[in-house]
Design a protein around this ligand. Structure first.
Ligand code: P6P
Length: 336
């Protein structure tokens, strides 16, 4: 009797990462996959907290203000310490950079083993927590530089985005979805609460070239550069009937929709925030890596985001990210 072919009906993110690493690096030690498992574990824990936010005393703000000058929400602290705790058990992680921490955390003494740097925004969009809007975690992974002394912590961290070896985000919404890339396409997983695992739901995702939405906070229209104002006048003129408009005010949610449905998200410079609001190292760079891997583009108006040479840990950048055509359309009106 012919043996039934058992096809794996479930591929978890761990399996996917291990297979991808073995395929690309046959001699891989598995330490990178082990590192990524810390991120997936941490985001499962954060997802559980987010799901229960209204039920236990973790809603609302603390009396703490972070380096960004923002009031720290309780869930921010839980998310930050959860990720630090999970990464702390990975001997391959030497340095951790968080939006919530003024300074980098040195998790392992500098040395050949502790070769990875993990940068993240533990809970982006946290101002939306109390109104039940989708929020997310964004992460970026670099390797320490060979040509920089171990003691030069910033020298290892301040690398251009094209040096990233992996990047991803997790969106906590109607379901918890993770998207990641290691430079070999973008892959998406949905957390199955029944088995507590992220299951592969989309492989080698491509950003739609046409259609979708433009996404910007038009309350700042008067503060935008004149070229951005001209783009907004054009996109609403009816000449481009392909784009609708959506703005959630939570970067991960606005980017996830743009990745899946197409269009463009903009956070331009304003008179109040002349360098833009979003952070380069742990927001713009990881999302730019994903956008490009899905066939899209990401610019600060003057240059490719991934080419920017960072000069400070928490530096900000203007961001225009989405379908290549939609990004190019913005630049036809605004190229500072
Ligand atoms: P605005 C959330 O506070 C955040 O950092 C991003 O998630 C989001 O894209 C942006 O700020 C929204 O900023 O100025 O439109 O409220």
């Amino acid at each position: 009797m012919e043996r039934a072919t058992v096809r794996p009906m479930i591929k978890t993110v761990q399996q996917h990462i291990m297979e991808a690493q073995r395929k690309r690096f046959p001699g891989a030690s598995g330490e990178f996959s082990w590192l990524l498992s810390a991120v997936t574990l941490a985001t499962k824990i954060i997802s559980d907290h987010v799901r229960r936010a209204g039920l236990v005393d973790i809603l609302g703000a603390t009396s703490v203000t972070n380096i960004q000058g923002e009031t720290v929400q309780k869930l921010d602290i839980i998310a930050n310490e959860t990720i630090a705790g999970c990464l702390g058990y990975r001997s391959s992680v030497g340095i951790m950079v968080s939006e919530e921490d003024d300074e980098p955390r040195i998790l392992q003494e500098p040395g050949p083993a502790a070769k990875y740097i993990v940068l993240f925004d533990p809970l982006d969009g946290s101002s939306n927590i109390d109104v039940n809007v989708s929020i997310g975690t964004i992460f970026s992974i670099l390797q320490k530089r060979e040509d920089v002394d171990c003691s030069d912590v910033l020298g290892h961290i301040l690398q251009p985005g094209y040096e990233q070896i992996a990047a991803g985000y997790v969106i906590y919404s109607s379901s918890t979805v993770m998207a990641y890339t290691t430079g070999d396409g973008v892959h998406m997983f949905t957390l199955d609460p029944g088995i507590g695992a992220f299951r592969l739901t989309r492989e080698n995702l491509r950003m739609p070239e046409d259609g979708g939405y433009y996404s910007v906070n038009e309350a700042y229209y008067a503060q935008f550069p004149e070229g951005v104002q001209r783009y907004l006048q054009w996109v609403k003129s009816g000449e481009s009937d392909t784009l609708g408009m959506r703005y959630i005010g939570s970067l991960v949610a606005d980017f996830h929709r743009t990745l899946v449905k197409g269009g463009v998200f903009l956070y331009p410079p304003t008179t109040k925030a002349p360098k833009g609001k979003l952070r380069l190292l742990y927001e713009a760079n990881p999302l730019a890596f994903i956008a490009e891997q899905a066939g899209g583009a990401a610019t600060d108006g003057s240059q490719r985001v991934l080419d920017k040479k960072p000069t400070a840990l928490h530096e900000r950048t203007p961001l225009v990210i989405g379908s290549s055509k939609a990004v190019e359309q913005v630049l036809r009106f605004w190229s500072p």
